[in-house]
Design a protein around this ligand. Structure first.
Ligand code: SF4
Ligand code: SF4
Length: 173
């Protein structure tokens, strides 16, 4: 995951707000379910693309993270955003019990010495796309076709997430 710093406060950092936001997502999706097919299909497409790069990400992690002297998750100031939560709700995933951080002084609540406690599919997008310099160097050792495919999939996921969000907002507004 990422050494990606943000200056603002984490979104929905306190438990009550986190619960309310997630209840609202659930209610809106149920209320508009008959018109939600395209948004659900877009969320599924994003999921399929994400799953297609997990083995590469696992390969990169297994040869780098266990020996890392400076775990990026311990200093990352990242959290779930609107698209991350929408993706989880539309795909019917279990929602994590809390935001990653409630304030900028904290360490991600899902970090453990054995790695991230969240399944890859549930992690925020930033935790998936971020590759540290060591992992980037490792990726450059892989065949060009694998690197190109990885970059193409990242772009497609980014575009798919935006489309999913626009479609959802169009339906509920
Ligand atoms: S090797 Fe890279 S991705 Fe893995 S924990 Fe260290 S900084 Fe993070
Ligand atoms: S959710 Fe997982 S991958 Fe992301 S910062 Fe937390 S421990 Fe790291």
């Amino acid at each position: 995951m990422g050494n990606h710093f943000c200056k603002t406060k984490p979104l929905w950092g306190d438990t009550a707000t986190w619960k309310t936001v997630n209840r609202n997502f659930g209610d809106l999706i149920r209320l508009h379910r008959p018109k939600m097919d395209r948004a659900v299909a877009l969320a599924r497409d994003v999921q399929i693309r994400l799953e297609s790069i997990f083995s590469l990400l696992d390969d990169l992690c297994v040869v780098t993270c266990p020996w890392c002297p400076d775990h990026c998750c311990l200093t990352a100031k990242v959290w779930m955003d609107f698209k991350d939560l929408l993706f989880l709700h539309l795909n019917g995933h279990q929602i994590p019990p809390a935001q990653l951080l409630s304030n900028l002084k904290e360490t991600c609540g899902y970090w453990s010495p054995n790695g991230c406690m969240l399944p890859r599919i549930v992690r925020p997008w930033v935790c998936t796309w971020y590759l540290c310099p060591t992992q980037k160097a490792n990726l450059r050792q892989k065949p060009k076709s694998a690197q190109d495919n990885f970059n193409r999939v990242l772009q497609a996921i980014k575009a798919g997430r935006k489309e999913m969000e626009s479609e959802f907002i169009r339906i509920v507004s």
